[in-house]
Design a protein around this ligand. Structure first.
Ligand code: SF4
Ligand code: SF4
Length: 384
């Protein structure tokens, strides 16, 4: 094998809009630049989309349906049927509403079906390679799929900094497992827990919808930002690495999740390990991209571990936006939100582990993120 072919190849293609023809042509180009889809010895391909919440496609919360449509076309041209699915955020149990709002329901028909990953239940999985979890309950549909394509959306994330291909696999776990991942204030533990979930069953291929990405306080309450790329590749970490450069990270391994994945040996450990096809590195950054408010990101990498307990982001209620729906109480993994369902939520700071799940799932944006003094200071010393 030549030195070049040992690299992790990532195919990139510019795509400025979600016009169906433009997306189809760009995705086809990105996939062929990545070496093409691996051969599939099966009749059906599972596409694991990002269907976090019932948000309209232009909100940039979910994988855009035109990207999924183009991907389904690529798979169909290889003579396979397609099932597109995900587990949404904890509280979105209305499947029809989710599929309709995200525009994904309209894709069903002609060899394409859509649904929830949980449709066939979940089962317990254990691995000696786990570093943070003792076990995980994963959707049986995902575990049993002979061929999976991971169709991620590029977004910021207040807790993990970035939501891309590796983070997208978090959605294969059931609610109890996802809550367990969040039951600690350690960013390193969360990164290792997500990596544990990823290594259970890595997808055969990865596609990143970075045509319009999310900047700011993602993965739910950030703002759409036109970034103009489709990425594809067999290695999820390599695709995430390239995507992090779109988000203007000069060192993708400064993102704890990518660092944890790289340390586990599941992808590149340096840029030299990646063969980028269809772009040059300097083309990638979307200058001015607003990263998440994750306070640790504001610190130099060598200080992050020591500072985790001192520099933090906390949930903060903006009462005027709160509709007292009680969702934040339901999603909190450690029962740190008190008050009865008709009252405004009250956060028990002594119990809160600052996972920010309440912020992520609050439907009105009433649960905001506040930086403590040291986090604000870090922001002034090491500005964006
Ligand atoms: S903070 Fe958000 S999730 Fe919690 S009760 Fe208010 S509106 Fe609902
Ligand atoms: S109150 Fe919010 S940030 Fe704190 S532990 Fe609960 S969900 Fe996480």
């Amino acid at each position: 094998m030549s030195a070049v072919s040992e690299k992790f190849t990532v195919g990139a293609a510019r795509c400025e809009s979600y016009g169906p023809d433009e997306v189809r042509d760009a995705l086809s180009l990105a996939i062929s630049r990545a070496g093409g889809l691996p051969e599939a010895d099966c009749g059906e391909v599972l596409v694991k989309a990002n269907m976090l919440s019932p948000a309209a496609p232009d909100k940039a919360v979910t994988t855009h349906p035109e990207v999924l449509r183009a991907l389904a076309g690529e798979i169909a041209s290889a003579g396979k049927t397609v099932h597109i699915a995900d587990n949404p955020g904890y509280i979105y149990t209305n499947k029809e509403h989710l599929l309709k709002s995200t525009g994904i329901k309209a894709l069903s028909g002609d060899g394409v079906s859509v649904g929830l990953l949980s449709d066939k239940g979940a089962r317990v999985t254990r691995s000696e390679s786990f570093r943070a979890l003792s076990e995980a309950r994963i959707a049986s549909r995902y575990l049993d799929a002979p061929y999976v394509i991971n169709a991620a959306k590029l977004k910021t994330h207040v807790e993990t900094e970035m939501s891309g291909c590796i983070k997208n696999i978090f959605g294969t776990a059931d609610i109890a497992t996802r809550k367990r991942c969040h039951q600690s204030s350690s960013q390193r533990r969360l990164a290792n827990a997500i990596t544990d979930l990823f290594v259970i069953r890595p997808p055969e291929f990865n596609v990143m919808d970075a045509i319009t990405s999310m900047e700011g306080d993602g993965p739910t309450h950030g703002k759409p930002r036109a970034t103009g790329w489709l990425l594809a590749g067999r290695n999820a970490l390599a695709v995430d690495w390239v995507a992090a450069l779109i988000m203007c990270y000069s060192d993708p391994l400064s993102i704890p999740l990518l660092r944890a994945a790289s340390a586990r040996g599941i992808g590149p450990s340096s840029r030299a390990d990646i063969a980028l096809e269809g772009a040059v590195w300097s083309d990638l950054p979307s200058y001015g991209f607003k990263k998440s408010g994750g306070a640790l990101r504001l610190l130099p990498v060598f200080l992050r571990g020591a500072a985790h307990g001192l520099v933090s982001l906390s949930p903060k209620l903006e009462r005027e936006k709160c509709v007292r729906c009680s969702i934040c109480r339901q999603v909190c993994p450690v029962d740190a939100i008190g008050g009865c369902s008709s009252e405004y939520p009250s956060i028990k700071s002594e119990t809160c582990v600052k996972c920010l799940c309440c912020h992520e799932m609050c439907p009105t944006g009433a649960m905001t993120v506040s930086k403590n003094f040291l986090a604000s200071l870090a922001g002034r010393i090491w500005p964006e």
